[in-house]
Design a binder for this molecule. Structure first.
Ligand code: NDP
Length: 497
């Protein structure tokens, strides 16, 4: 089995630019160094990325600062800003096919997903925040009769954003769209596994009229470029999506440097709870499978701990396993493929390592568990289900970020709540029940930023997204995201008689 033909055909239709995008132009890393950009579809190198480091970050932050101080964007009339962000969204939409191909080539998720979800959601995100530019007002305080108090929002300044590879452009847009809408200048550090779409998007923003220096993209290794950005003394805020381990480092860098504002969207180990009074077992089984198998489990809200009431456990897991057995990994570029590759060889080996650990610690393998399509040269793992998992096992405690369900049995509602909350994370949780009282009690008890009842991953751009506990703090999406990118200023004016 080889997918090289489809990779070659896709490469002919996309623009592959791996240089940094700084101050409105592409430029190589100052060191001249590059990194390989490998597609997980067949393991081949498709491009070289500028291996930027502290020197390039210095240049990008200086460009962002200069644009901010000059006010080319910050001081632009709201309607003009809105026009440019709408033009940017239109360009993203016009290049949707190309951007979807870039995402699929770079990180191996099915083209059906990047076309139907990733890129349309990016366009929607940019439009949503463009709309907010002239819809969100400042406040007037309840001041005494002889004074006027104004509570105004001002842009923070220069925003650094360090973003992950699982939804490369979408996660980036959750940062750059509200940051731009509030008048900031931005330096993006995309994940080295998947930087191409963000680089392409920055060029499209420039074509749409975004002034030079307002949106810069500096690819490179996290420990070099990302660290330099988070440590920079002239960056006012750093926003991050990725692992909790790196999130902790980012907070440390902010503390060691200039106390820049920090917002973190980190990992999860989300529980999906199925009660015996579940209203629709087929829908719940489908949701339980797709909560983990969508994008091969590389989703921070993946419902990796499947908690099923003991009375229905065996029958329910049979249904979930039937969905898994129907899902064969395939060529991510084939429009019929529903289950693609993992992002790289390292991630594949990490996932296979967790599967080994599950077996060693005594969980029962229901299906999957092996590398797939090895002869393609790409990085694929079968959809995998473990049952008989104890919440103390490694596969129930650590974020695997791969297609692995850990099914745990429970006796009653209280036990389910205890297990669900017994985690360092708090990004998402869900419950299936016909009882409205049980649903409300669960929604109040579950310590997570998103709680779903009789569905999984219900959300859109209008609702906030983020975590409790070590899943981070600060919210992406919705108007609440604007708080991260603005300072509140109080102006108190004394009136004369
Ligand atoms: P990381 O947390 O390492 O990567 C996220 C981003 O942080 C990338 O841009 C990365 O750059 C950057 N980074 C890495 N080290 C530093 C540093 N010292 N200073 C500043 N920035 C840094 O995730 P990984 O890609 O390594 O994936 C590991 C695990 O993280 C996954 O298995 C998964 O569990 C979790 N993860 C969670 C995500 C989420 O959405 N919550 C998303 C991605 C991963 P670089 O390009 O060098 O990696």
């Amino acid at each position: 089995m080889t997918f090289s033909k489809s990779v070659a055909a896709a490469l002919e239709t996309v623009s592959l630019r791996g240089d940094a995008f700084i101050n409105g132009e592409f430029r190589p890393a100052q060191s001249g160094q590059t990194l390989p950009c490998v597609t997980p579809i067949d393991g081949s190198e498709i491009a070289r990325l500028a291996a930027c480091d502290a020197g390039d970050i210095e240049t990008a932050v200086a460009a962002a600062r200069a644009s901010f101080e000059a006010g080319h964007w910050r001081k632009m009339a709201p309607r003009e800003k809105k026009k440019i962000l709408f033009a940017f969204a239109d360009k993203l939409e016009a290049h949707a096919e190309e951007l979807a191909l870039l995402e699929t080539l770079d990180m191996g998720k099915p083209i059906a997903n990047t076309k139907s979800a990733d890129i349309p959601l990016v366009v929607q995100t940019v439009r949503y925040y463009a709309e907010a530019i002239d819809k969100v007002n400042d406040e007037l305080g309840p001041s005494p009769h002889d004074a006027v108090s104004m509570i105004v929002r001002e842009p923070l300044g220069v925003i650094g954003a360090v973003t992950p590879w699982n939804f490369p452009l979408l996660m980036a847009s959750w940062k750059f769209a509200p940051a731009l809408a509030t008048g900031n200048s931005v330096v993006m550090k995309p994940a080295e596994q998947a930087s191409l779409s963000m680089l392409r998007a920055a060029a499209l923003a420039a074509e749409a009229g975004l002034p030079d220096g307002v949106l810069n993209v500096v690819p490179g290794e996290g420990a070099k470029a990302g660290k330099a950005l988070a440590l920079h003394m002239d960056v006012d805020g750093i926003v991050f999506t990725g692992s909790t381990a790196v999130g902790k480092l980012i907070m440390g860098y902010a503390a060691q440097s200039n106390l820049k504002r920090v917002a973190l969207e980190c990992g999860g180990k989300s529980p999906q709870i199925v009660m015996e009074d579940c209203p629709d077992f087929d829908a719940a089984a489908d949701a339980a499978a797709w909560a983990v198998f969508y994008d091969q489990g590389q989703v921070c809200t993946a419902g990796t701990r499947l908690l099923v009431q003991n009375s229905i456990k065996d029958a329910f897991l049979k249904k979930v396993a039937a969905v898994a057995k129907d899902l064969a990994p395939g060529d991510p570029l084939d429009p019929d493929t529903k289950f693609g590759a993992l992002v790289d060889e390292t991630q594949m080996n990490t996932v296979l390592g967790y599967i080994r650990k599950g077996n060693e610690e005594g969980a029962q393998l229901v299906c999957g568990g092996e590398r797939a399509l090895g002869q393609s040269g790409g990085f694929y793992v079968e959809p995998t289900i473990f049952s008989g998992v104890d919440n103390k096992m490694t596969i129930a405690r650590e974020e695997i970020f791969g297609p692995v369900i850990s099914a745990i049995g429970f006796g009653d509602f209280d036990e389910a709540m205890t297990i669900a909350n017994d985690t360092i994370y708090g990004l998402a949780a869900g419950i299936w029940t016909s009882n409205v009282n049980t649903a409300h009690r669960a929604a109040r008890t579950l310590r997570a930023g998103n709680v779903w009842v009789n569905c999984w991953d219900g959300s859109d751009i209008t609702t906030p997204f983020g975590g409790f506990k070590q899943s981070g703090f600060g919210r992406d999406r919705s108007l609440h995201a604007l708080d991260k990118y603005t300072e509140l200023k109080t102006v108190w004016m004394q009136l004369r008689d």
